[in-house]
Design a protein around this ligand. Sequence first.
Ligand code: S6P
Ligand code: ZN
Length: 188
Amino acid sequence: MSVTPRPLTATIDGRGELSPATSTVRRHVSQMRGMYLDADAEAAALRDGDPLVYEVYQYDMPASVGELIPCTTVLHPGRIGEEFFMTKGHYHERRDRAEVYYGLQGEGRLVLAREGAAEVVALSAGTVAYVPPFWAHRTVNVGETPLVFLAVYHGDAGHDYATIETDGFPRVVLWRDGAIEVLSRDEA
Ligand code: S6P
Ligand code: ZN
C-alpha cells in the first residue's frame, strides 16, 4: 500500500550526507567488478582494502510518477589505473524519466549515453545538469576531493544497471600524461 508523503525538509551536511535519509548505498570496488578498464589495477585495489568509491543518501518516496525522490551522492577521489573513480551508471528502468543534478562540491564529469551517442559535461559546485529521458548517466570524480551532488528524479523511474553491466559506456575519463582525457572506450 502506498503512503502519501507529508511535506519534508532535509539538510545536506558538509560532507554531502542528506539527513534525514531512508536508505543509504555504499559501493566499493568489489561491487563494480569488471566496470573499470584495467583488470590488473582493479585486482590490486581489491587486494589493497577494497576502497569505498561512493555513497548515496536518499529519502525514498512512493514509486509513482507524481513523486520526486531527492538524494545526494558523495563520490570519493581516486583511480583504478588511469581511470577515475566513477558511479556504476544506469538507465532509468522507465526510460522516459528525466532527472536533474545539482553540483555541491568537487570537480567531476557527467557522462551521458544514448544509442551510440555520448556526451560528457562538467559537473562542479553550482552546476545544474539535466539528464534527459532515455539517456544513461554516470558521474566521474576528476578532482582530489569528494564530488558531491544532489539528484532529483521521478518516484517511478527505477534503475536499470544490467544494461550498463553488459554494454558499458562509450566514453571513459582517464588521467593520462598529466591531463584529464575523455576517450572513446574502444581507443582507450
Ligand atoms: C539516481 C541518480 C543518482 C545515482 C547515484 C549513484 O537516479 O542518478 O542518485 O543513483 O549517483 O549512481 P548509480 O549509477 O550507482 O545509481
Ligand atoms: Zn538516475
